[in-house]
Design a protein around this ligand. Structure first.
Ligand SMILES: Cc1ncc(COP(=O)(O)O)c(C=O)c1O
Length: 414
């Protein structure tokens, strides 16, 4: 316990992590004791797994006929969704003949703020990083729809095949949410698959005050979401939903002789490994099931609203502090800011803010991380934490200024 990553601390806001919950931890413990393998079969854990997928569909407005699977996290959820997209849009049997049989090179699109796991996914799918075009954003860090249309037209003209657009509901840098309705319309008109990366923001759909921000998410062909973020279940728990269940299954189904279904008994259920890459899979559903049963969806929705309100409060007190500045306007729960005394150039600002971040962590004050947004380096607090209170945010502002002043006073080589 003395040296954890720290994400059960009220002032842990680094990168993007949920802050877990006690019932979920008990769920993991009980799942290990119960010992079920979710590769498939007709048994209690498999039914609970499907119940949790059903609840995920309800939370984001997906139809009951959609399919889904629980995976380790958002990166795996995205690769499952993008695999189905590639196979549906390839116009050849990619599973049988491989990507070399695809006649026109497939093109995928996302904003220049897209998460790095999509690059890994596209590379792993054999399409190559260049198949993923990064489209510029508007001033709010949302994908620019007219630039997207222009890129699609350009690719068609030069003989490529536009296949899929990846929208983001909550970018990792700033929490920006793409215009999901606009993307759904464009995808329909251009005959593209719409995958939405909702690892951060899909669950805003259950937050009464902020649900409007993700309107249109229910129109996606595939959607990733992360119960280990805003449902606060312990790592690991990600989920992908696919509107066309048959397309989902046909991307992964293989029935070897030793996994033949039977008419009765254990092997009479659906083989859940037909919906993803894993054969053996742990009973992740239990910690989600228990957390939702204990707390209810409404409470998790209120906590999302609370984190978003906290990020706006933090932005307000940063704006009111003369030595601090916001580097991007707060959108949902991510605040990008920096210590900025007069007369420092970019390089010096980066050096002093990096040192502030390290001291905040090393002194045990708070864990924030850093990033660079359109060339501007900044500190970044992602408040996905049900333990955070206003005092914690006020302390962050005071301590950022104190440490910044100390560093300037020490006259380090900046
Ligand atoms: C927008 C987005 N997509 C994907 C991921 C990857 O999710 P995971 O870390 O659960 O694999 C993250 C992680 O923070 C993310 O913010």
């Amino acid at each position: 316990m003395p040296y954890p990553m720290g994400n059960i601390h009220p002032r842990f806001w680094s990168w993007y992590m949920g802050s877990s919950n006690y019932t979920g931890a008990i769920g993991d413990f009980l799942a290990a004791i119960q010992g079920s393998n979710l590769g498939g079969g007709n048994h209690a854990a498999a039914l609970m797994d499907q119940q949790v997928i059903g609840w995920c569909k309800e939370m984001v407005g997906f139809p009951a006929s959609a399919s889904g699977t629980l995976v380790s996290g958002g990166s795996m959820a995205n690769i499952i969704g993008l695999t189905v997209a590639r196979n549906v849009k390839a116009d050849v049997d990619v599973r049988e003949r491989g990507v070399r049989a695809i006649e026109k090179p497939l093109r995928f699109y996302g904003s220049d703020q897209i998460h790095s796991c999509h690059r890994k996914a596209i590379e792993t799918l054999g399409l190559g990083n260049q198949a993923l075009r990064r489209i510029p954003c508007d001033s709010g860090f949302r994908i620019d729809l007219s630039a997207l249309r222009a890129a699609i037209a350009e690719d068609r003209a030069e003989g490529s095949q536009p296949a899929c657009v990846i929208g983001t509901a909550g970018t990792v840098n700033t929490g920006a949410i793409d215009d999901l309705r606009g993307l759904a319309r464009l995808a329909r008109e251009e005959d593209l698959w719409l995958h939405v990366d909702g690892c951060i923001g899909a669950l805003i759909a259950i937050a009464p005050e902020n649900a409007f921000r993700v309107e249109g998410i229910e129109e996606a062909d595939s959607l990733s979401l992360d119960p280990h973020k805003w449902l606060h279940v312990p790592f690991e728990a990600g989920c992908v939903l696919i509107r066309d269940a048959a397309a989902h299954r046909s991307a992964f189904v293989v029935t070897p002789e030793y996994l033949e279904p039977s008419a009765r008994a254990l092997a009479s259920g659906d083989w859940l490994n037909d919906y993803g890459l894993q054969t053996s899979r742990g009973f992740k559903a239990l910690k989600i099931w228990m957390s939702l049963k204990e707390h209810g969806i409404e409470k998790f929705g209120r906590l999302i609203d609370q984190n978003i309100a906290q990020a706006h409060y933090l932005s307000d007190i940063i704006e009111a502090a003369p030595l601090l500045e916001l580097v991007a306007a707060a959108n949902i729960n991510i605040v990008c800011y920096r210590y900025r005394p007069a007369g420092m150039n970019r390089a010096a600002l980066k050096a002093v803010n990096t040192e502030i971040m390290l001291r905040l962590q090393e002194e045990g004050v708070a864990a924030v991380s850093d990033t660079t947004i359109h060339c501007e380096h900044c500190l970044r607090a992602a408040i996905n934490n049900h333990r955070t209170k206003s005092d914690d945010l006020e302390l962050l502002v005071r301590e950022t200024i104190r440490i910044g002043n100390d560093i300037v006073g020490e006259n380090l080589a900046l």
